[in-house]
Design a protein around this ligand. Structure first.
Ligand code: R5P
Length: 349
């Protein structure tokens, strides 16, 4: 946010502390969310009580129309309400990142093990066979790249020159919608994915992208997945994800994607009224990634939307099957890691 829109403690409490941060220039703080009148009562998340979805298998989705329910049933397996989404849309702002240099060579072999493919329209048209039976989660926002810089400037402290920057002001968040609803229909999307940067420079704009897409997509029974984008300056805390995921669900997202948190993740899933899927994040050792998937599922996630931890693995096809084992076959992390090692030992890439 800029000075006009006012970044108060609400936003600054989520900022990572960096030497370049400039707290001096922050405008007057607004009430801190954790000390507002509404929050004085101790929070109760009812994490052990599942939210009712009478007559349908998917959280928060029982009152949708037929077409949307049908599309969501392609993304989430109706038998267990879970999904393995394979995310390889990174190129929309990262270009040919490691593992995605040749999507035809590295990603297409993983397709049989995915429930849903999360991709851009460019890759869908140019590489993915139109005969695929998999659900499509189509990237619908964009317009910035990883080389967009943070806002930085030179100033003075006590008469000495100093460098300042404003974390959370990174232009990376300056996204627009990047897809028309007609295009989504032509490409037979089940859900549209839109990046939302809560607490960042273009928070309002990215929330408008979300609501515009919800308005357009819901006319045709297409779902919208809000993707929690954590800017370089934002801390990945349960408090932040509770805020971000809930805002997206309240504004109409049918599915929400966020990162796993080592603590209190069950409160993130509990207070979000629609399904949450986790992103994998940066590449981890395989056992750790499988443990993260397992923990997330145990704590109420409806699946994974995972990229780098699969396609940057030494053996992506083996890893994909191990992740699938955790999500759909209730394998423990150790069992899934064993499966990964067994498949890899047999020569599965
Ligand atoms: C990132 O902006 C993209 O939406 C990715 O699809 C997302 O981050 C998931 O990929 P990964 O598991 O590699 O984090």
């Amino acid at each position: 946010m800029d000075g006009k829109s006012g970044m108060g403690k609400d936003a600054s409490r989520f900022l990572r502390r960096t030497p370049l941060c400039n707290p001096i220039n922050l405008p007057t703080p607004m009430a801190d969310i954790s000390t507002s009148a509404a929050d004085k009562k101790e929070k109760e998340y009812f994490s052990s009580i599942p939210q009712d979805a009478p007559g349908f298998f998917l959280k928060g989705s029982h009152q949708y129309d037929w077409g949307l329910k049908n599309r969501l049933s392609k993304v989430f397996n109706p038998k267990d309400g879970r999904t393995v989404m394979l995310a390889f849309d990174h190129g929309y702002f990262q270009g040919p990142t490691s593992g995605l240099e040749r999507v035809d060579q590295t990603i297409l072999p993983l397709e049989p093990y995915a429930d849903c493919l999360m991709l851009t329209r460019g890759i869908q048209r140019s590489v993915v066979p139109a005969s695929t039976q998999k659900a499509i989660a189509l990237r619908a926002s964009g317009g910035t790249s990883m080389v967009s810089l943070m806002e930085e400037w030179e100033g003075e402290i006590d008469g000495k020159k100093a460098k300042f920057s404003r974390p959370g002001f990174e232009p990376l968040s300056n996204e627009s919608t990047a897809l028309s609803i007609e295009e989504a229909i032509r490409l037979n999307a089940s859900v549209l994915a839109v990046q939302v940067f809560i607490g960042s420079a273009y928070e309002r704009q990215t929330l408008k992208n979300l609501t515009d897409l919800v308005d357009g997509a819901s006319r045709y029974g297409i779902g919208v997945m809000g993707v929690t984008a954590v800017g370089r300056a934002m801390a990945r805390t349960p408090q932040y994800f509770r805020l971000a995921t809930r805002i997206m669900a309240e504004l109409g997202a049918n599915v929400v994607k966020c990162y796993y948190t080592d603590t209190e993740f069950e409160t993130v899933t509990s207070c979000c009224p629609v399904p949450i899927v986790i992103a994998g994040g940066k590449k981890l050792p395989e056992l750790e990634a499988l443990q993260m998937c397992y923990n997330a599922i145990q704590q109420g996630a409806s699946g994974v939307d995972m990229g780098r931890n699969i396609f940057q693995s030494d053996a992506p096809i083996s890893m994909m099957q191990a992740v699938r084992g955790v999500v759909h076959e209730s394998l423990t992390p150790d069992e899934a890691f064993q499966l990964y090692n067994d498949l890899k030992a047999k020569g599965t890439r």
